[in-house]
Design a protein around this ligand. Structure first.
Ligand code: 5GP
Ligand code: MN
Length: 344
């Protein structure tokens, strides 16, 4: 059954009673209560944009005790540092110990909360906003719409249901989130995405300026680093049942040589996935010695979410990831048989 055709479900595919429970959870806490917003480790544009856009909506409603955070090193990627609402960001250790309410953004499973996962065991209701098919429903209220292109689509609908009026600051955050997870609107699945984009742009934000800042600006060293990492890519035409795989890796030594922060590696999957001879693209990024963050992409020949889930991670059918151990060659050796086992 298509989303929207089932009784009790809105066009989002999320049940009305879940929307109502989320609205009730937010309305039930006093305006001066401590409200903790959290997004996933190594936050991207959707994680930060949906979290900060939602926080600004709560601020508009009069909430005064808002803090937003993410686990791990407090390294906000440069393109997102000037997002509206960034003043609400605090380091993990400054997160409320016992908040009255916890709101979680773009997190498919508790493992993506790393050291902050323990906070979920307290008395506070946990409301999860997400769009990963692999979401494990770890919240008390789970607003999870796998058909949504970004978590910001879910955040926008909850803001509407709370009576928040869209302003340019909220819109900029939600637009950055939407543009990030749609690959600048290349992976749009429904006209509703552009309807939302139109509403956001109508507040006066500048899509061209935002796109230049978020996608088309990088330090010289990051460009040189990309040249090296892409230069060592390998093509395996026989992989994935003959659909082909292209892969490369990047180490902390690569980052140090070019004086770059780890997040600059996250965009390298885009040129790799463009290789015509391969359906599957993989970038293996060193976290600490022997531990790697792996990005997987498919053009449709393989369900890479299933591959990632089998290796302890998650994501979407065409974009997924997981944490791996060993050498880059050993990581790829783990992936190869799973590609053959998960042909679409
Ligand atoms: P990226 O490759 O851009 O980091 O992530 C692609 C998709 O896979 C995103 O939707 C992201 O949330 C998901 N993903 C990446 N790494 C992990 C991981 O370690 N665990 C889980 N559950 N999902 C991941
Ligand atoms: Mn997302």
């Amino acid at each position: 059954m298509r989303p929207g055709t089932e009784p009790g479900r809105s066009s989002s595919g999320i049940r009305d009673r879940d929307w109502d429970a989320a609205v009730a959870a937010i309305r039930s806490v006093p305006l001066d209560a401590e409200v903790q917003l959290i997004c996933h480790v190594n936050p991207d544009g959707d994680a930060l944009g949906s979290m900060l856009g939602f926080a600004l909506g709560l601020r508009q409603l009069g909430f005064t005790g808002l803090r937003a955070t993410f686990p791990g090193e407090f390294d906000v990627p440069e393109p997102y540092r000037a997002l509206p609402g960034a003043d609400l960001l605090v380091e993990e250790r400054e997160a409320y110990a016992e908040p009255a309410l916890i709101l979680i953004f773009d997190v498919a499973s508790e493992s993506r909360l790393v050291g902050l996962a323990g906070r979920l065991d307290g008395a506070a209701p946990v409301v999860v906003l997400d769009h990963h098919a692999s979401n494990t429903s770890f919240g008390d209220v789970n607003l999870v719409d796998p058909a949504a292109v970004a978590t910001s689509v879910v955040a926008d609908e909850l803001l509407v249901r709370l009576g928040v009026e869209l302003d340019a600051e909220i819109a900029e955050c939600l637009y950055v989130a939407l543009a990030t997870d749609t690959g600048s609107f290349k992976f749009v699945r429904s006209p509703s995405v552009h309807t939302l984009a139109a509403r956001l742009i109508a507040t006066g934000i500048s899509p061209g300026e935002i796109a230049r800042r978020i996608f088309d600006t990088r330090p010289f060293g990051a460009m040189k680093l990309a040249g090296e990492v892409l230069g060592r890519a390998l093509l395996e035409p026989e992989a994935a049942g003959g659909h082909g795989m292209v892969w490369t890796y990047a180490t902390n030594a690569d980052l140090e040589r070019h004086h770059q922060r780890p997040y600059v590696l996250d965009s390298l999957i885009d040129p790799v996935r463009g290789v015509a001879e391969a359906d599957v693209a993989v970038v293996v990024k060193e976290l600490v010695p022997g531990e790697w963050s792996v990005s997987l992409r498919s053009k449709g020949g393989v369900d890479v979410s299933a591959v990632a889930v089998a290796l302890g991670g998650g994501g979407h059918r065409l974009a997924a990831g997981f944490t791996a151990y060993g050498t880059p060659g050993e990581v790829i050796a783990q992936i190869r048989p799973l590609l053959d086992a998960n042909l679409a």
